[in-house]
Design a binder for this molecule. Structure first.
Ligand SMILES: *Cc1c(COP(=O)(O)O)cnc(C)c1O
Length: 494
């Protein structure tokens, strides 16, 4: 299995090279040359999470030795997940909530970022890389902490995280700035997530800077979902949950399901799409956005237009206008026309939009949820069914309600539940009617716990007493300088 650059098919790399590089040198994203098929799902329906992970990942990471891959999987999906099933399903009425937030940082990013460090280490071994790898990451809140947690104190790797100073929840910020580990660096940027993400992409595309780092024995890589090593582990839970539904008798082999995904950078939903290409029976992929509804507009009109103000919402991990992984989908939909993708992406960065004629998005449905609807969905599900969901999951739930209303489709549906409600405690507490005025996050969370009789998850409870270790802030223009400071790489004279 090789991976092509989405902007230039002549660039072909092995799986381990794709993971180490993170992003292709021409700015494109690595895409698999073909989709291996997973067949006879009925016969494997009793597999546990790790076995499904091995089945899927071994087909996509073909240059990994089976035993080495197994070890990566064993180390990642262990007791740091508080659910033995790793990704349990909660049934609420006719909806299956696939809970992806039982890992150490309480958001779905743990599903992939708990294994990425091991995949990267193994990739370095396969490629004989002797440089120190510097993971450069932009975060809308959840990736940062999950990546820090995964890479902290990993030998021969440094991790640098940029988060938008005013675009993350209080808990998300606390989680990041209290991170321990000598190899971790956390910086708040004076800007939004798109600023952080484009700043990071510019650094990846800076050949001069690359050679400066190289002279100091450093090589950059990415923990964002632009890295194929992030995407591949995410395919696993969609197959796994299908098998669970089979086991429970909710569906019969071959039955199609709908999958609803609260979407920001298009990584999670793309993993579901990859699953479909690999043989997962999927009817509709329902792409749910918040008020930053670029994707809804794109799916419904064929025009992607980022020329609008970014709105800060109660689902900050989806406050994104440039949805990176859409590029991969467009590559596949265009039949692998990398020249065309290069043109589109050039137009997006220069003019702020692109339009695709005859766009075929029949696999998808796109919708969005307003702030008011998010609140009322949280309230409704809690008061009627005693199920507490976070703001991102509520976006998905709301868009699914709209979909059902519009289409009357009653296919069995899985909602990707992406974060613990306690991670966005203030918004969730006020949605269910608690008084949050003038209260700090920790007292709100403790009241939320009292009112709902759900324990505050350990990793959040512990935050209260943790020391702030990262106080760095910078402007977008200074990202490179601050990296150079961390790595102690001054400008070389030659
Ligand atoms: C990252 C994140 C999302 C968006 O996922 P993408 O893969 O970026 O589309 C949704 N919800 C939560 C809680 C997240 O952390």
């Amino acid at each position: 299995m090789r991976y092509f650059s989405s902007r230039d098919k002549d660039i072909k790399v092995s799986p381990s090279q794709a993971i180490i590089q993170g992003i292709s040198k021409d700015g494109g994203l690595f895409v698999p040359e073909s989709f291996p098929k997973i067949e006879n799902l009925d016969q494997i329906k009793d597999m546990d999470y790790k076995s499904v992970a091995f089945l899927i990942m071994s087909k996509l990471l073909t240059d990994f030795e089976p035993d080495a891959l197994k070890e990566c999987i064993d180390r990642a999906y262990d007791s740091k997940f508080t659910s033995e099933e790793i990704a349990p399903i909660s049934q609420v009425n006719d909806i299956s909530f696939l809970e992806l937030f039982h890992g150490p940082t309480l958001a779905f990013k743990d599903m992939a970022l708990s294994i990425l460090p091991y995949l990267l280490k193994e990739s370095m071994k396969i490629q004989g890389v002797d440089k120190e790898v510097v993971i450069l990451t932009a975060t809308s809140g959840d990736t940062g902490k999950a990546a820090l947690e995964g890479f902290a104190n990993v030998d021969k790797i440094k991790i640098i995280v940029f988060y938008p100073e005013n675009g993350v929840s209080e808990i998300q910020r606390k989680q990041m700035i209290t991170q321990v580990g000598d190899n971790t660096f956390v910086v708040g940027i004076n800007g939004n997530f798109d600023d952080a993400q484009s700043g990071v992409k510019d650094i990846f595309n800076d050949r001069e800077y690359e050679s400066l780092l190289s002279k100091h024995n450093y090589q950059l890589s990415s923990a964002n979902s632009i890295n194929i090593g992030r995407l591949i582990p995410q395919i696993v839970y969609y197959f796994y949950s299908y098998l669970v539904l089979l086991r429970q008798g909710k569906i019969q082999a071959g039955d199609k399901i709908n999958i609803v995904v609260p979407t920001g950078n298009f990584g999670n939903i793309l993993a579901a799409y990859y699953g479909k290409q690999m043989g997962l029976p999927v009817n509709k992929l329902i792409c749910a956005s918040n008020d930053n509804k670029v994707l809804t507009d794109f799916i419904n009109t064929g025009t992607y237009d980022k020329r609008r103000e970014l709105i800060l919402t109660s689902s900050p991990s989806m406050d994104i206008l440039v949805s990176s992984n859409l590029e991969r989908l467009l590559y596949h939909l265009s039949g692998g026309d990398s020249g065309y993708i290069k043109t589109l992406m050039g137009q997006l960065s220069e003019e702020g939009y692109y339009k695709i004629d005859n766009l075929n998005m029949e696999d998808f449905y796109g919708g969005f949820s307003t702030e008011k609807d998010i609140d009322s969905m949280i309230y409704k599900l809690y008061s009627e069914h005693n199920y507490l969901m976070d703001t991102h999951t509520a976006v998905a739930y709301n868009v699914y309600e709209q979909y059902k209303e519009e289409t009357k489709d009653n296919t069995i549906t899985l909602i990707s539940s992406t974060a613990s409600p306690f991670k966005f405690g203030e918004a969730v507490a006020s949605a269910i009617g608690l008084d949050t005025k003038d209260k700090d996050d920790f007292s709100i969370i403790s009241e939320l716990s009292k009112a709902t009789k759900i324990h505050v998850p350990g990793p959040i409870d512990e935050l209260k007493n943790k020391e702030v270790l990262h106080k760095n802030k910078c402007d977008k223009e200074d990202m490179k300088n601050i990296i150079s400071d961390f790595l102690k790489v001054g400008e070389l004279d030659d």
